[in-house]
Design a protein around this ligand. Structure first.
Ligand code: URA
Length: 259
Protein backbone atom coordinates (compact mmCIF):
# COMPACT_ATOMS: atom_id res chain seq x y z
CA UNK A 1 0.00 0.00 0.00
CA UNK A 2 2.77 2.43 0.97
CA UNK A 3 4.62 1.22 -2.10
CA UNK A 4 1.61 1.94 -4.32
CA UNK A 5 1.29 5.43 -2.88
CA UNK A 6 4.93 6.19 -3.50
CA UNK A 7 4.73 4.88 -7.02
CA UNK A 8 1.88 7.17 -7.95
CA UNK A 9 4.21 10.08 -7.27
CA UNK A 10 5.94 9.07 -10.48
CA UNK A 11 2.72 8.68 -12.40
CA UNK A 12 1.91 11.83 -14.22
CA UNK A 13 -0.68 11.49 -16.87
CA UNK A 14 -1.95 9.39 -19.68
CA UNK A 15 -0.03 7.12 -21.91
CA UNK A 16 0.03 9.76 -24.63
CA UNK A 17 2.00 12.21 -22.47
CA UNK A 18 5.10 13.30 -24.29
CA UNK A 19 8.52 12.59 -22.86
CA UNK A 20 9.01 16.31 -22.43
CA UNK A 21 5.86 16.60 -20.38
CA UNK A 22 6.94 13.66 -18.29
CA UNK A 23 10.25 15.25 -17.66
CA UNK A 24 8.79 18.66 -16.85
CA UNK A 25 6.47 17.09 -14.40
CA UNK A 26 9.15 15.17 -12.65
CA UNK A 27 11.29 18.26 -12.73
CA UNK A 28 8.54 20.32 -11.14
CA UNK A 29 8.21 17.66 -8.53
CA UNK A 30 11.92 17.74 -7.91
CA UNK A 31 11.72 21.50 -7.49
CA UNK A 32 8.88 21.17 -5.06
CA UNK A 33 11.19 18.91 -3.10
CA UNK A 34 13.80 21.63 -2.95
CA UNK A 35 13.92 21.61 0.79
CA UNK A 36 15.12 18.01 0.46
CA UNK A 37 17.57 18.93 -2.25
CA UNK A 38 18.99 21.72 -0.14
CA UNK A 39 19.54 19.27 2.65
CA UNK A 40 22.07 17.41 0.48
CA UNK A 41 25.29 17.30 2.45
CA UNK A 42 28.29 19.16 1.11
CA UNK A 43 29.97 16.06 -0.32
CA UNK A 44 27.46 16.19 -3.11
CA UNK A 45 28.34 19.74 -4.16
CA UNK A 46 29.72 18.09 -7.30
CA UNK A 47 26.16 17.03 -8.05
CA UNK A 48 25.66 20.43 -9.62
CA UNK A 49 28.34 19.97 -12.24
CA UNK A 50 26.30 19.14 -15.32
CA UNK A 51 29.01 17.77 -17.58
CA UNK A 52 31.49 15.05 -16.71
CA UNK A 53 34.99 16.19 -15.97
CA UNK A 54 37.42 14.72 -18.46
CA UNK A 55 40.05 12.81 -16.55
CA UNK A 56 42.86 10.92 -18.29
CA UNK A 57 41.95 7.26 -18.50
CA UNK A 58 45.34 6.31 -17.13
CA UNK A 59 44.28 7.92 -13.85
CA UNK A 60 41.62 5.29 -13.39
CA UNK A 61 41.88 1.65 -12.53
CA UNK A 62 40.37 -0.82 -14.93
CA UNK A 63 36.75 -1.76 -14.49
CA UNK A 64 36.32 -4.93 -12.49
CA UNK A 65 34.90 -6.56 -15.60
CA UNK A 66 38.27 -6.11 -17.28
CA UNK A 67 40.54 -7.32 -14.53
CA UNK A 68 42.22 -10.68 -14.57
CA UNK A 69 40.07 -11.60 -11.57
CA UNK A 70 36.98 -11.63 -13.76
CA UNK A 71 37.52 -13.14 -17.14
CA UNK A 72 34.53 -12.68 -19.33
CA UNK A 73 33.65 -15.94 -21.09
CA UNK A 74 34.38 -15.96 -24.78
CA UNK A 75 30.73 -15.83 -25.82
CA UNK A 76 30.17 -14.31 -29.24
CA UNK A 77 27.05 -12.23 -28.59
CA UNK A 78 24.39 -11.27 -26.06
CA UNK A 79 22.14 -14.16 -27.06
CA UNK A 80 24.94 -16.57 -26.27
CA UNK A 81 25.45 -14.90 -22.88
CA UNK A 82 21.71 -15.22 -22.19
CA UNK A 83 21.65 -18.90 -23.22
CA UNK A 84 24.61 -19.66 -20.98
CA UNK A 85 23.10 -17.77 -18.03
CA UNK A 86 19.82 -19.67 -18.41
CA UNK A 87 21.66 -22.98 -18.02
CA UNK A 88 24.03 -21.74 -15.35
CA UNK A 89 24.73 -23.66 -12.15
CA UNK A 90 27.85 -21.75 -11.09
CA UNK A 91 26.28 -20.90 -7.71
CA UNK A 92 23.43 -22.11 -5.56
CA UNK A 93 21.00 -19.51 -6.93
CA UNK A 94 20.94 -21.49 -10.17
CA UNK A 95 19.13 -24.34 -8.42
CA UNK A 96 16.49 -22.04 -6.88
CA UNK A 97 15.32 -19.95 -9.81
CA UNK A 98 12.16 -20.24 -11.88
CA UNK A 99 13.84 -18.27 -14.65
CA UNK A 100 17.24 -16.72 -15.05
CA UNK A 101 17.10 -13.03 -15.92
CA UNK A 102 20.05 -12.38 -18.22
CA UNK A 103 19.04 -8.80 -19.06
CA UNK A 104 17.51 -7.24 -22.14
CA UNK A 105 17.64 -4.29 -24.43
CA UNK A 106 19.45 -2.76 -27.34
CA UNK A 107 22.70 -4.63 -28.11
CA UNK A 108 24.13 -1.31 -29.31
CA UNK A 109 22.80 0.72 -26.38
CA UNK A 110 24.75 3.84 -25.50
CA UNK A 111 23.39 3.63 -21.96
CA UNK A 112 23.33 0.54 -19.83
CA UNK A 113 21.58 0.27 -16.45
CA UNK A 114 22.81 -2.28 -13.93
CA UNK A 115 20.73 -3.29 -10.91
CA UNK A 116 21.25 -5.84 -8.18
CA UNK A 117 19.36 -8.96 -9.15
CA UNK A 118 15.92 -10.30 -10.02
CA UNK A 119 13.01 -10.12 -7.59
CA UNK A 120 9.90 -12.30 -7.61
CA UNK A 121 8.32 -10.65 -10.68
CA UNK A 122 11.53 -10.85 -12.66
CA UNK A 123 12.06 -14.49 -11.62
CA UNK A 124 8.53 -15.30 -12.79
CA UNK A 125 8.93 -13.57 -16.17
CA UNK A 126 12.64 -13.95 -16.90
CA UNK A 127 12.87 -10.22 -17.60
CA UNK A 128 14.67 -7.48 -15.64
CA UNK A 129 12.90 -4.71 -13.74
CA UNK A 130 9.28 -5.64 -14.47
CA UNK A 131 7.90 -5.13 -10.93
CA UNK A 132 7.34 -1.99 -8.87
CA UNK A 133 10.99 -0.92 -9.05
CA UNK A 134 10.84 -1.53 -12.79
CA UNK A 135 8.00 0.93 -13.17
CA UNK A 136 10.16 3.54 -11.46
CA UNK A 137 13.05 2.69 -13.76
CA UNK A 138 10.75 3.03 -16.77
CA UNK A 139 9.94 6.57 -15.62
CA UNK A 140 13.62 7.38 -15.22
CA UNK A 141 14.34 6.14 -18.72
CA UNK A 142 11.37 8.05 -20.17
CA UNK A 143 12.45 11.20 -18.37
CA UNK A 144 15.64 11.07 -20.42
CA UNK A 145 13.64 10.94 -23.64
CA UNK A 146 14.41 7.26 -24.11
CA UNK A 147 12.46 4.04 -24.35
CA UNK A 148 13.30 0.76 -22.68
CA UNK A 149 14.26 -0.65 -26.09
CA UNK A 150 16.89 2.08 -26.48
CA UNK A 151 18.91 1.02 -23.45
CA UNK A 152 20.21 -2.24 -22.02
CA UNK A 153 19.05 -3.30 -18.57
CA UNK A 154 21.06 -5.87 -16.66
CA UNK A 155 21.79 -7.05 -13.16
CA UNK A 156 24.77 -8.11 -11.10
CA UNK A 157 23.26 -11.56 -10.51
CA UNK A 158 21.03 -13.26 -13.03
CA UNK A 159 19.06 -15.45 -10.62
CA UNK A 160 16.82 -14.37 -7.76
CA UNK A 161 18.34 -14.54 -4.29
CA UNK A 162 15.77 -16.14 -1.94
CA UNK A 163 13.57 -13.61 -0.15
CA UNK A 164 15.19 -10.85 -2.23
CA UNK A 165 18.22 -10.81 0.01
CA UNK A 166 21.37 -9.07 -1.15
CA UNK A 167 23.41 -11.51 -3.24
CA UNK A 168 26.32 -13.06 -1.35
CA UNK A 169 29.90 -12.30 -2.45
CA UNK A 170 30.40 -15.81 -3.88
CA UNK A 171 27.20 -15.42 -5.93
CA UNK A 172 28.32 -12.04 -7.25
CA UNK A 173 31.71 -13.47 -8.13
CA UNK A 174 30.23 -16.51 -9.87
CA UNK A 175 27.87 -14.35 -11.94
CA UNK A 176 30.19 -11.45 -12.77
CA UNK A 177 31.58 -13.01 -15.97
CA UNK A 178 28.15 -12.71 -17.58
CA UNK A 179 27.80 -9.03 -16.77
CA UNK A 180 31.44 -8.52 -17.72
CA UNK A 181 30.82 -10.00 -21.15
CA UNK A 182 27.61 -7.98 -21.58
CA UNK A 183 29.48 -4.76 -20.84
CA UNK A 184 32.29 -5.80 -23.16
CA UNK A 185 29.90 -6.64 -26.02
CA UNK A 186 27.63 -3.60 -25.63
CA UNK A 187 30.50 -1.22 -24.88
CA UNK A 188 28.16 1.56 -23.73
CA UNK A 189 29.19 5.20 -23.41
CA UNK A 190 27.47 5.42 -20.04
CA UNK A 191 26.84 2.87 -17.34
CA UNK A 192 24.20 3.84 -14.80
CA UNK A 193 24.77 1.91 -11.61
CA UNK A 194 21.57 1.36 -9.65
CA UNK A 195 22.28 1.00 -5.97
CA UNK A 196 24.90 -0.23 -3.57
CA UNK A 197 25.21 -3.83 -4.71
CA UNK A 198 26.04 -2.90 -8.30
CA UNK A 199 28.38 -0.15 -7.15
CA UNK A 200 30.29 -2.50 -4.86
CA UNK A 201 30.38 -5.26 -7.46
CA UNK A 202 31.52 -3.08 -10.35
CA UNK A 203 33.57 -0.32 -8.78
CA UNK A 204 34.78 -0.97 -5.26
CA UNK A 205 33.60 -3.37 -2.55
CA UNK A 206 34.02 -0.59 0.01
CA UNK A 207 32.15 2.05 -1.96
CA UNK A 208 29.17 3.83 -0.43
CA UNK A 209 26.27 4.66 -2.74
CA UNK A 210 25.23 7.52 -0.47
CA UNK A 211 28.64 9.14 -0.85
CA UNK A 212 29.30 8.28 -4.48
CA UNK A 213 25.95 8.81 -6.16
CA UNK A 214 25.82 11.70 -8.57
CA UNK A 215 29.57 11.72 -9.15
CA UNK A 216 30.98 10.64 -12.47
CA UNK A 217 33.48 7.82 -12.46
CA UNK A 218 35.31 6.42 -15.42
CA UNK A 219 36.53 2.88 -15.93
CA UNK A 220 37.92 1.40 -19.10
CA UNK A 221 36.66 4.35 -21.13
CA UNK A 222 33.10 4.02 -19.86
CA UNK A 223 31.53 6.85 -17.90
CA UNK A 224 29.78 5.58 -14.83
CA UNK A 225 27.01 7.34 -12.94
CA UNK A 226 26.10 5.69 -9.64
CA UNK A 227 22.64 6.51 -8.33
CA UNK A 228 20.14 5.11 -5.87
CA UNK A 229 18.32 1.92 -6.74
CA UNK A 230 14.73 2.55 -7.95
CA UNK A 231 13.43 0.44 -5.05
CA UNK A 232 15.08 2.89 -2.65
CA UNK A 233 12.90 5.64 -4.13
CA UNK A 234 9.81 3.62 -3.32
CA UNK A 235 10.92 3.43 0.30
CA UNK A 236 12.12 7.01 0.62
CA UNK A 237 10.70 9.65 -1.73
CA UNK A 238 13.21 12.24 -0.55
CA UNK A 239 15.76 10.41 -2.72
CA UNK A 240 13.82 11.27 -5.89
CA UNK A 241 15.22 14.78 -6.20
CA UNK A 242 18.74 13.38 -5.93
CA UNK A 243 18.15 10.74 -8.58
CA UNK A 244 16.58 13.41 -10.74
CA UNK A 245 19.82 15.42 -10.48
CA UNK A 246 21.82 12.34 -11.42
CA UNK A 247 19.66 11.60 -14.46
CA UNK A 248 19.97 15.21 -15.62
CA UNK A 249 23.73 14.71 -15.66
CA UNK A 250 23.36 11.52 -17.65
CA UNK A 251 21.18 13.35 -20.17
CA UNK A 252 23.70 16.17 -20.46
CA UNK A 253 26.45 13.63 -21.02
CA UNK A 254 24.39 11.85 -23.71
CA UNK A 255 24.04 15.17 -25.48
CA UNK A 256 27.81 15.65 -25.30
CA UNK A 257 28.28 12.28 -26.99
CA UNK A 258 25.69 13.15 -29.65
CA UNK A 259 27.25 16.57 -30.37
N1 URA B 1 15.72 -5.04 -8.73
C1 URA B 1 16.88 -5.26 -9.38
O1 URA B 1 17.94 -4.92 -8.91
N2 URA B 1 16.82 -5.86 -10.57
C2 URA B 1 15.69 -6.24 -11.13
O2 URA B 1 15.73 -6.78 -12.23
C3 URA B 1 14.50 -5.98 -10.43
C4 URA B 1 14.53 -5.38 -9.23
Amino acid sequence: MAEEKQLTLFEHGDAEDSMVEQMNLWSAEAESNQSTAQAIPSWSAAAHISAPVAVPLSAHPKGLWETSVVRAPDLPDLDAVAREAKECRRCKLGGMRKNAVPGEGNPHARIMFVGEGPGADEDAQGRPFVGAAGRVLDKLIASMGLKREDVFIGNVVKCRPPGNRVPAPDEVEACMPYLARQIELIDPDILVILGATALKALVDPNASITRMRGKWLERSGIRIMPTFHPAALLRDTSKKALVWEDMKKVRACMKDFEA
